[in-house]
Design a protein around this ligand. Structure first.
Ligand code: RIB
Length: 305
């Protein structure tokens, strides 16, 4: 199964502290790590660890961070040969804080990620021929993401959009997405209602359907995941794990979902795969290093699925 990921790649500087600082406050933290991340490359690495052939398209700057993140992603069996090095900007950087409850806040400096454009779309399109799934997020210019989504749709490649960080989408966007996977706050930005429970998630999903997306998957954190397709709806409860860091759990979710969809599983099964992959990611520190492996997901599904 082949998965193409078009998106961001960052270096993450993550600080761990008991609480998150309030505005104007300085707090003492416990530790920090500097590890590769970025929603695109996290999803690419997770999909590869879950057994897919993965090709990643993105941009880094001509700097040390760029070299380090690319080397790490390549070592994870992700094809990064088509990643461009932008001579004029730095590699994307994420400044992250994680508290004792595993919750996080993230500031991203987009850098080279924000220079993705027509050239990158053209290179990606050439590699879509045998792809099963195209994975997208919105840490790169929306115009480029929608452009490659349109081309993927024409080639019958399934398009999964993780609308993170969320921005209101044009009506045309919904015509080229097969799966949309917002969390609660992203759902509010996209459809104007914050779902607190299954019924409200169902109402939000109905709006996405009206706009043209067939498969709606709303990630509701510790409450679980709501999925709503043309012929099946339901709620998948969360897997029980000891969470220490929720950074990139959403990326792991999307990779689990994508791999299962590429393997021909039902949406319900694929959502379970996503939920298990996301849960495992919360048990380790950091973004990219925390991505789940196939054996771990299979074990968790066997034990709790
Ligand atoms: O989803 C987590 C990711 O968001 C981090 O790795 C960080 O780079 C930001 O892009």
């Amino acid at each position: 199964m082949k998965i193409v990921v078009f998106g961001s790649i960052n270096m993450d500087l993550t600080a761990y502290s008991q609480t998150l600082p309030k505005t104007g406050e300085t707090i003492r933290g416990d530790s920090y790590i500097t590890v590769p991340g970025g929603k695109g490359s996290n999803q690419a690495v997770a999909a590869a660890r879950l057994g897919a052939d993965v090709q990643f398209f993105g941009r880094v700057g001509d700097d040390l961070f760029g070299q380090q993140v690319l080397k790490t992603v390549a070592a994870e069996n992700v094809d990064v040969t088509q990643v461009a090095v932008d001579p004029d900007t730095g590699t994307g950087l994420a400044v992250i804080s994680v508290d004792a409850d595993a919750e996080n806040v993230i500031t991203i400096i987009s850098g080279a990620n924000w220079t993705l454009g027509k050239e990158d779309v053209a290179r990606t399109e050439k590699c879509l021929e045998n792809a099963d799934v195209l994975m997208l997020q919105i840490e790169v210019p929306l115009e480029a993401s929608l452009d490659i989504a349109k081309r993927a749709k024409q080639k019958n490649v399934k398009v999964i959009l993780d609308p993170a960080p969320a921005v209101p989408l044009p009506a045309s966007a919904y015509q080229v997405i097969d799966f949309i996977t917002p969390n609660e706050t992203e759902t509010e930005i996209l459809v104007g209602m914050l779902p607190h429970n299954e019924e409200e998630a169902r109402q939000a999903a109905a709006i996405f359907h009206q706009r043209g997306v067939q498969n709606v998957i709303i990630k509701m954190g510790s409450k679980g995941v709501y999925y709503d397709t043309a012929d099946d709806q339901g709620f998948i409860p969360p897997f029980v794990v000891k969470a220490i860091d929720s950074v990139a759990a959403g990326d792991a979710f999307n990779a689990g979902l994508a791999v299962a969809i590429a393997a021909g599983k039902s949406v319900k099964e694929a959502v379970k795969w996503g939920a298990a992959a996301g849960a495992i990611a919360t048990t380790r520190k950091g973004a990219l290093p925390a991505m789940p492996f196939l054996a771990e997901v299979e074990t968790l599904l066997r034990e709790q699925g």
